[in-house]
Design a protein around this ligand. Structure first.
Ligand code: THU
Length: 134
């Protein structure tokens, strides 16, 4: 699976976003170790705070199918932004828990600008379950 195909899948998901309020579509695709691709888009709600970002839609779908952090090789996030898309703080917290250190996270836009990061770059000094054990 090459990155371009994975990015195309994220763009397809982006086009399926439900965004009657912001009109800002975001797509996410995950390449799993078994070759499967799981996608997600942002889904909004009239009660705005209940909206779900593309990253969380995709990760929750993957976990719902039984996958876990070590199964996720690559994560692509795409939006129609000037620079590469920047995941929100809530998603950084969720990404930090649900992917592993080696997961390659590709942030991109429709002009194919790309930035490759890992979860620690997105969320340095993040709160995790180990912080609850003294
Ligand atoms: N959004 C995402 O889905 N992912 C991001 O990385 C940034 C923001 C969504 C949330 C909301 O539906 C819309 O974009 C505008 O904030």
């Amino acid at each position: 699976m090459n990155n371009e195909k994975l990015i195309k899948k994220a763009i397809t998901a982006m086009n399926n976003a439900y965004t009657p309020y912001s009109r800002f579509n975001v797509g996410c695709s995950l390449l799993m170790k078994d070759g499967n691709i799981i996608t997600g888009a942002n889904i909004e709600n009239a009660s705005y705070g209940l909206s779900n970002c593309a990253e969380r839609s995709a990760l929750f779908a993957a976990y719902s199918q039984g996958y876990r952090k070590d199964d996720i090789e690559v994560m692509v996030v795409v939006g129609d932004t000037k620079e590469v898309i920047s995941p929100c703080g809530a998603c950084r917290q969720v990404i930090n828990e649900l992917v592993n250190d080696k997961t390659k996270i590709i942030l991109t836009n429709l002009e194919n600008k790309q930035m490759v990061v890992d979860k620690k770059t997105l969320l340095p000094f993040g709160f995790t379950n180990s912080d609850m054990q003294k």
